[in-house]
Design a protein around this ligand. Structure first.
Ligand SMILES: N[C@@H](CCC(=O)N[C@@H](CS)C(=O)NCC(=O)O)C(=O)O
Length: 196
């Protein structure tokens, strides 16, 4: 089994950490989406990462479909069985992924346009979403027991990414979020392998 990924991609970090935690043997294959690698495009017409390809050649994308696939393959390692708890985890994952969507929209806006065409109001609107969602998380910090779930992996991947691309711009007034990665590492010590 393979997972096409890039080390900067937060959705890739989420699924790679989750696969590792769940004990699903998957080889991580680095992919530069800008170069449209043939093997990736053959698996995923959208040319996006993460994309998981099983030994039988089944391609699974996007990251939430991959998380659900890992969960089914490993007898429910990532999501709680209880319906109400499951909904909570789904919403946490959606919030963390949604923050990543806005962060990526900002990064792509700056990276793909000539400087004079960068539309600052679009960037500001995306950043407002990020700020609101971070404040929401700070006020509603998810409980973290002995075992991380899909929501915790999504939150950790998002925090790693925001620190990578927006270092020093998100922690102020958010002490609980700031502490989360060290708490997460205490229950998932192998996080060290995914940090850099
Ligand atoms: N909703 C998708 C988002 C995936 C995504 O946008 N991945 C980015 C990298 S972080 C990508 O592949 N970008 C290249 C492209 O869109 O061509 C998921 O959760 O997997």
């Amino acid at each position: 089994m393979k997972i096409f990924y890039s080390s900067a991609s937060p959705y890739s970090t989420k699924v790679r950490m989750a696969a590792h935690f769940a004990g699903l043997a998957a080889q991580s294959v680095s992919a530069d989406t800008n170069a449209d690698p043939a093997e990736l495009l053959a698996a995923n017409p959208l040319g996006k990462i993460p994309t998981l390809v099983t030994d039988e050649g089944l391609a699974v994308y996007d990251s939430r479909a991959i998380m659900n696939y890992i969960d089914r393959q490993t007898k429910g390692t990532l999501y709680p069985r209880n319906a109400a708890k499951r909904t909570e985890v789904d919403i946490l994952e959606a919030t963390a992924d949604g923050i990543c969507d806005s962060l990526l929209a900002i990064v792509y806006e700056r990276r793909s346009r000539p400087e004079e065409k960068v539309h600052q109001p679009w960037i500001d609107r995306q950043w407002q979403k990020v700020e609101r969602a971070l404040d929401h998380l700070e006020e509603n910090m998810p409980r973290l027991g002995k075992k991380p779930n899909a929501g915790h992996f999504a939150l950790a991947a998002m925090l790693r990414y925001i620190e990578l691309r927006f270092a020093g711009k998100w922690q102020r007034g958010r002490p609980k979020l700031k502490r989360f990665l060290s708490r997460f590492e205490a229950v998932f010590p192998d996080y060290a392998q995914f940090k850099d």
